[in-house]
Ligand binder design. Structure first.
Ligand code: SF4
Length: 332
């Protein structure tokens, strides 16, 4: 089946007082209908800018966005801001870490969900209200008829997150982008929200991009994972493959720094060093300054030549180690 989403060589840069920031430097991604892909990386890896480009939020700004963002074959990057408005909320929707940023404080939650529906559907206020009440029920908000008229501040953090999910899904978008949706919640509520997303996805067949720095979240809800570093896609695999056989040294570092339920705190090994400056990209591998495996690659190639994505199609990695002969083989 044709993928719902295909991103081809996405690049985003924007001018600042200090120079041009190269925030996304070649991102490719293919997402099948009904699947969830995780985009994982530290802050500054380009995850959030990628989602802003997908939502068309960088149109009419000073940012330069090149490449293709094909949603059901339509290149969203080629649309004007006015054309994009027909897609945003209807075909592609987003949820964030902070639901209050997505909601108006002075309107009842249910009214906001009903209005989100009416933007894209010609129905009466009454019909939209009924749809909003139904949606509140579907996301697990108790007594949805009464809660329809409540204001955002009257909801708990977890309930607000559910309401934002209701607002994002009310038009049954093809693609839902979830940007750290559970980071601000306590662990129990976090698990409930992830369960809810899994349930709704099974029900609606919506494809999801889950942006997170938390590999635990990835393990919980994703089918595929893309690991980003320095605005680049450095590894992609199924969740099982990535956890069992990570190929890229950065991914191995992320996994080593991941708390486990049975782990002791001293087993955590944060990756030393800081991400590269996106103002002046180094000539070699962006991870070279922090990579514990660079010495395995001869001729200082890591410091001088940028690696490309290589390896099997279903599990590529952007690392020179992929092109070394197998250990023990003599190169003449
Ligand atoms: Fe490490 Fe070199 Fe691979 Fe970059 S190319 S991740 S520096 S081994």
């Amino acid at each position: 089946a044709a993928p719902v989403l295909a991103i081809r060589d996405l690049r985003v840069s924007f001018p600042t007082d200090d120079g041009v920031v190269h925030a996304v430097n070649g991102m490719d991604l293919t997402l099948a209908r009904g699947e969830t892909v995780g985009i994982v990386g530290e802050s500054g890896s380009g995850k959030t800018v990628t989602t802003q480009a997908l939502m068309g939020l960088l149109k009419d700004t000073s940012a330069s966005v090149t490449g293709q963002i094909l949603l059901d074959g339509q290149d969203l990057n080629a649309l004007t801001e006015a054309q994009m408005r027909a897609y945003r909320g209807k075909k592609i929707a987003m949820i964030f870490q902070d639901p209050l940023s997505a909601m108006h404080p002075f309107y009842p939650v249910g009214v906001q969900i009903a209005e989100a529906y009416r933007v894209h559907n010609a129905v009466s206020k009454k019909a939209a209200a009924a749809i909003a009440v139904d949606m509140l029920g579907r996301v697990g908000i108790p007594d949805p008829r009464r809660r329809y008229a409540a204001y955002p501040h009257e909801f708990s953090g977890g309930m607000r997150q559910r309401a934002m999910i209701a607002m994002a899904l009310v038009c049954e978008p093809e693609l839902l982008i979830a940007d750290e949706p559970t980071t601000a919640l306590d662990v129990t509520v976090q698990a409930q929200i992830l369960d809810l997303l899994n349930e709704l996805q099974a029900e609606t067949g919506t494809s999801v991009i889950m942006v997170t720095h938390d590999l635990g979240v990835v393990a919980e809800v994703c089918h595929q994972v893309v690991v980003m570093y320095g605005g680049m896609h450095v590894e992609q695999a199924t969740v099982a493959e990535l956890f069992h056989s990570p190929r890229h040294p950065y991914t191995r570092g992320l996994l080593a720094s991941m708390p486990t339920l049975v782990g002791e705190s001293e087993r955590l090994e944060p990756i030393p060093g800081v991400p590269p400056s996106l103002l002046a990209l180094p000539g070699g591998c962006l991870f070279a300054d922090r990579c514990p495996e660079a010495h395995r690659v001869p001729d200082n190639a890591c410091g001088t030549r940028p690696p490309t994505l290589v390896g099997p199609d279903e599990h590529p990695s952007r690392c020179h180690l992929e092109t070394l002969p197998p250990a023990g083989e003599v190169v003449r």
